[in-house]
Structure formats: C-alpha cells, structure tokens
Design a binder for this molecule. Structure first.
Ligand code: NAD
Ligand code: UD1
Length: 332
C-alpha cells in the first residue's frame, strides 16, 4: 500500500517507516519537525538502503495535505503527528487542541476530499484514566485528567462519528501503552529535547553520565516494590503493530480501538535494574515524592490485538534496555 505517515520523523513514526518499508509498503513521511530533526532521514536511509520520500509541512495546512494525498495516490494514513507532553498540555491547552484536534480535523477533511478513507490513529492508554480494574481491556470506561489526554479521547470520538456517517471509512485507534527502546541498529530512537519527562529517556541519560540520578517518584504505591508499574513496549513491536493494523484496515471498515501493550507490568526499580544490566554499571537513583496525576499500576490486556491483528509483542525488557542503550551511546 502507499501509506502516508504524519509525524513520520518522530520516535514512533520513524520506526514505523522502517517496519512498513520492510514489509513491502511504499511510505511517504510528513512532518513539520516541531519535535524531530531532519537528520532522521539520513539515519533511515542507512537502515533501509534508500532515502524515504519526505514532505515537510503541517497537518493544519489543508491545501498541502490534499496535495500530498493526491500526488502520491495515498491509500491509507497513519496519523502520529501531534504534541505529546502531558505537563506542557496543562500549561498550553489551546496549542494542544489546535495541533492535535484541529490538525486532525484538517487532515480528515483533506482525506475525505482525496477519497482516502483509511486511518490508523496514535491513541494512548491515557484515555483509560485511573484504572478501575487491571489488565485494561478496550471496554474499560474512558476518562481523562489532562488536556493531552482529552485530545486523544476527542479524536477517537471524532473518528467514531465519521465512521458512523459513511460506511466506507476505516479508523483503527491504537492505544499505546509505554513505548520505549530503539531500533537495534542504534541509529534511531528517542532523544527528547531538554529534561526528559518520561522514565526511560531519563534513566538513559543518567546511565550515560549526562544527569546525576534518576528521581523515583514515590515508593509507597500498592505495588510489589512500592514504585509505579507500567506496561513498557518495545517501539519496534509497536511499529509492527501498525503494519498489522494497516493490513486489517484493508479488509475492515468502521471504527475500532485496539490496545498495543505486552500485558506485563514492570516497576520503576525493575527498569533501573534492567538498564544497569544493559549498560554494565550501576545507575544512581533517589526516592522523591509522588508525581501528581500518577497511578500505581497500568498494564494492558493485549488479547484484541492478537485476535484481530494477529499481533503480539516479542521483545523482552532486556531487549528494550539493550537497544535503548545502543542508541543512547550514539547520542551527543
Ligand atoms: P514524537 O514527538 O517523537 O513524534 C511526533 C511527530 O509529529 C514529531 O516528529 C513532530 O515534529 C510531528 N508533528 C507535531 N505536530 C505536527 C504538525 N502539526 N504537523 C506535522 N508534524 C507534526 O512523538 P512519538 O512518541 O513518536 O508519538 C507519536 C504519536 O503517538 C503522538 O500522537 C503521541 O501522542 C502518540 N503517543 C505516544 C506515546 C509515547 O509514549 N511516545 C504514547 C501514547 C501515544
Ligand atoms: C506518561 C503520561 C501519559 C503518556 C505517556 C507517554 C503522565 C501522568 N502520563 O505516562 O499520558 O501517554 O507518558 O508519553 O504524565 N517516573 C519516575 N521518574 C521519572 C519519570 C517517571 O519515577 O523521572 C515513574 C512514573 O511515576 C511512572 C513511571 O515512571 O510510575 C513511568 O512514567 P512515564 O515514563 O512518565 O510514563 P507514564 O506516567 O506511564
């Protein structure tokens, strides 16, 4: 298929570009580089042996979206483009609503006008809010606690209404759990600007000696070691989930939400210890107060992904840390 990847230069988009291309799809990457760097294209060229097609632009530009969709005769869109920092979304809600919601509506209008009615959307396990039971399946009640989460839930609902309005549409909302790791080449991975908000990039920087110590947000949760438990998933597994979702969308119309997680939870201390194994030395950490808004545990029931997509995560936590470290060593 000819597939447009909005946000294709980002962390998950770049890994999905590799997986899609290696599974015989023609990909067109589209990005405005607000949270990525053009050098990713050189790195993708090294991995793939050819330079992927790239268009620089903003999903909020209707004319450009329409042009790209038509010019490359796109058959499906995987929609990663968006802003994703929870804390920043609380400070700048309008920017998040504009980028993530208005941007998606503009993209969908262009898709409708170009008669491209297949979309795979990057949603998040954040739409489950505080877990009422575990593991989280797709029927768990939805709620949000911040503007970022609201944009994900809102776009899911917009896609549901769109599918109800026209039976030709296919919308697969992939609810990601915690993507970490990197491509095993060490060429692409996650290297956030400034101080990382998420655990793994923070641990990676401490391991590399760029930061002093990991701050563990609370050790008095109701979990085996008292620290928060999450469902970490290798980004390459996640990327392969998109390949399976694209195949599914070729034969299925309508709206569906599907979890992409492993089904296994690991604590903050598990992560630090696994990373110590990967980098070969100890990683300093200190226990600090809980972070506002955090829950004790969060992990997926990945059964639907297996049943509908034939997809299952295959990498272990040790692989995730090893590949992350491989990438981190190459970062400036
Ligand atoms: P990322 O920031 O690395 O990638 C997003 C890309 O979109 C960036 O390259 C950015 O430059 C681009 N972009 C942003 N706004 C744009 C716009 N208006 N027009 C064109 N390009 C634009 O993030 P990621 O981790 O790869 O996440 C991809 C998607 O998955 C996001 O929608 C995110 O909300 C969602 N998601 C991510 C996680 C995670 O932990 N990484 C978890 C759940 C959901
Ligand atoms: C966070 C977001 C979520 C988003 C996801 C991916 C919040 C409340 N949730 O998920 O909406 O989809 O990132 O972008 O922000 N931790 C530390 N020290 C750190 C960082 C984190 O101990 O420096 C702990 C946290 O308390 C948590 C775990 O590590 O228990 C994972 O945190 P993080 O990587 O930020 O992911 P989530 O909070 O699960």
């Amino acid at each position: 298929m000819r597939i447009l990847l909005t946000g294709g230069a980002g962390f998950i988009g770049s890994h999905t570009a590799v997986a899609m291309a290696q599974n015989g799809h023609e990909v067109v990457l589209f990005d405005n580089f607000t949270n990525s760097d053009p050098s990713v294209l050189d790195r993708l060229e090294k991995i793939l042996g050819f330079r992927p097609i790239f268009e620089e632009g903003d999903i909020r530009n209707y004319a450009q979206m329409l042009d790209v969709l038509k010019r490359y005769q796109i058959e499906a869109v995987v929609h990663f483009a968006g802003l994703k920092a929870v804390g920043e979304s609380v400070e700048k809600p309008l920017e998040y609503f504009d980028n993530n919601i208005t941007g998606t509506i503009t993209l969908l209008r262009a898709m409708k006008d170009a008669n491209v009615k297949r979309i795979i959307f990057s949603s998040s396990a954040t739409v489950y809010g505080t877990p009422q039971y575990l593991p989280l399946d797709e029927n768990h009640p939805l709620s949000v606690t911040n503007p970022y989460g609201r944009t994900k839930l809102h776009v899911e609902e917009i896609l549901k209404d769109l599918c109800a309005s026209d039976p030709q549409w296919s919308a697969v909302c992939l609810r990601y759990f915690n993507p970490i790791g990197a491509h095993e080449s060490g060429l692409i991975g996650e290297n956030p600007r400034g101080i990382p908000n998420n655990l793994l990039p923070y641990v990676a920087r401490v391991a590399a000696g760029k930061m002093k110590a990991v701050r563990v947000f609370g050790n008095d949760y109701d979990t085996p070691d008292g620290t928060g438990v999450r469902d970490y998933i290798h980004v390459v597994d996640l990327a392969e989930g998109h390949v399976c979702a694209a195949a599914y969308s070729q034969t299925h119309t309508g709206w569906i939400a599907i979890n992409l997680g492993t089904g296994t939870g690991y604590s903050v201390l598990d992560i630090i210890h696994a990373y110590e194994k990967a980098c070969g030395h100890s990683i300093p950490y200190e226990i600090v107060a809980r972070r506002a808004g955090d829950v004790a545990s969060n992990y997926a029931n990945p059964q639907r992904a297996f049943e509908l997509l034939g997809w299952k995560a295959r990498y272990t936590l040790d692989d995730m840390c090893k590949h992350s470290w491989n990438f981190q060593k190459n970062c400036e």
